[in-house]
Design a protein around this ligand. Structure first.
Ligand SMILES: [Zn+2]
Ligand SMILES: [Zn+2]
Length: 93
């Protein structure tokens, strides 16, 4: 295994990375829902958060492409703004 450097990835590798990150996020979300359904409290600061590092969005909301979570910028940007970040941007590093 060599050091992981995102900037060295080919387009194809980047695509695989985003798909893998999406699977990870989906699995986390499913696990969190499972706990909620069983009336085990959702863990507010636990391992189930997937905060976007780049905007106010607190969770990935998309189908594997860009995040569709609606966000409001610091200056109150338009109501149609979405996070637009890739799945991998929503994982803690
Ligand atoms: Zn987002
Ligand atoms: Zn974002």
């Amino acid at each position: 295994m060599s050091d992981f450097r995102p900037e060295d990835l080919t387009d194809e590798q980047s695509e695989v990375l985003e798909k893998a990150m999406f699977l990870l996020i989906s699995a986390k979300r499913e696990a969190a829902e499972m706990l909620t359904r069983a009336e085990i409290a959702p863990l507010p600061d636990g391992p189930f958060r997937s905060p976007c590092e780049f905007c106010a969005c607190s969770d990935y909301n998309g189908d594997g492409g860009d995040c569709q979570t609606r966000v409001f910028g610091p200056g109150g940007s338009g109501p149609d703004s979405t996070c637009g970040h890739a799945p991998s941007d929503h994982l803690e590093t």
